[in-house]
Design a protein around this ligand. Structure first.
Ligand SMILES: Nc1nc2c(ncn2[C@@H]2O[C@H](COP(=O)(O)OP(=O)(O)OP(=O)(O)O)[C@@H](O)[C@H]2O)c(=O)[nH]1
Ligand SMILES: [Mg+2]
Length: 275
């Protein structure tokens, strides 16, 4: 009946061994938390769900077409919790029927486990940009589920291994601004060698650490997910403009900071001359 959340050593052992002491603890001993990975097709939802499970349960594939079309779930135990991880389809697709199917499948996950942590997964490893379609898909779901910041863990997946240290700060400021939310927590993930046992375990450990600090909340739909195919382009265009505005403001701010520093430097030099 133990709450292991406070014991770091146990956390590490659990992350590396899957679930620990299966004979001593039954599933009922652990609070159950849903874990719903959301995001457009190809961002790596199924891949990450498998990493968390420590096994290849959900189909994931490098593909030109969407892979997951129906919602599936599986539970695992870690850090004093029993997580039920959901593998759901992406939201945005090229045809209306697929979007409608996806909406129903996503809703099923929330109906089955309303008390959950939500992990929106974004991915664009080549450029590091936050893609407008990912932001639009998140907003469409957020409009009806009203996610609470403490139950959200954003995942930016598939980054190059050598991304710069400023990237995390920049992406965090930008994401908060674009989604008009505060204190968003982000987990940054570099592309791993899928065949490396240790890399997979390390990634599991990193994800679990971040999920442990999230607080699940109850998600009930307050309306229908509105995302007609003919509106997606318009919403993406609006998001692009928002990104451009943010970029312009950022550049202006940088200019002001540079100018300020220059002035301070000049003032210091003046003092040096006087002294
Ligand atoms: N090697 C490697 N492959 C990754 C990584 N992240 C994602 N992938 C690959 O990216 C591809 C797409 O991932 P999926 O998990 O199928 O994407 P998805 O979001 O589930 O896509 P849908 O099911 O279509 O919604 C798969 O081939 C994954 O193995 C990574 O860190 N390393
Ligand atoms: Mg999938």
């Amino acid at each position: 009946m133990g709450n292991h959340q406070s014991c770091p050593l146990l956390k590490i052992i659990e992350a590396y061994s899957g679930s620990i002491f299966p004979i001593w603890h039954s599933d009922q001993d652990y609070p159950t938390v849903g874990l719903i990975l959301l995001g457009n097709t190809g961002v790596g939802k199924s891949f990450l769900a498998n990493i968390l499970l420590g096994e290849n349960t959900f189909e994931h594939r490098f593909s030109t077409d969407s892979v997951t079309n129906t919602t599936e779930f599986k539970s695992f135990r870690a850090s004093g919790r029993r997580y039920v991880v959901f593998d759901v389809p992406g939201l945005i697709e090229c045809d209306e029927a697929a979007i409608e199917r996806n909406k129903i499948q996503i809703q099923q996950a929330f109906e089955q486990r309303p008390n959950c942590i939500v992990a929106p997964v974004f991915s664009n490893g080549i450029s590091g940009r936050l893609r407008n379609e990912d932001l639009v898909a998140f907003n469409a779901l957020n409009n009806v589920y009203h996610f609470r910041p403490e139950s959200l863990l954003f995942i930016i997946n598939d980054l190059p291994t050598n991304y710069s240290s400023c990237y995390e700060e920049e992406a965090a400021v930008r994401l908060n601004h674009l989604l008009e939310m505060k204190s968003l927590k982000i987990c940054f993930i570099s592309r791993i060698d899928i065949n490396s046992y240790w890399k997979r375990k390390q990634l599991r450990m990193k994800l679990l650490n971040d999920f442990d600090n999230r607080k699940p909340s109850t998600h009930r739909k307050t309306g229908e997910i509105v995302l007609p195919l003919n509106k997606i382009k318009q919403l993406e265009e609006e998001m692009r403009k928002k990104q451009d505005d943010f970029e312009a403001k950022r550049k202006e701010l940088e200019k002001q900071i540079r100018w300020q520093k220059k002035m301070e430097g000049m003032r210091e030099n003046d003092w040096c001359v006087i002294l």
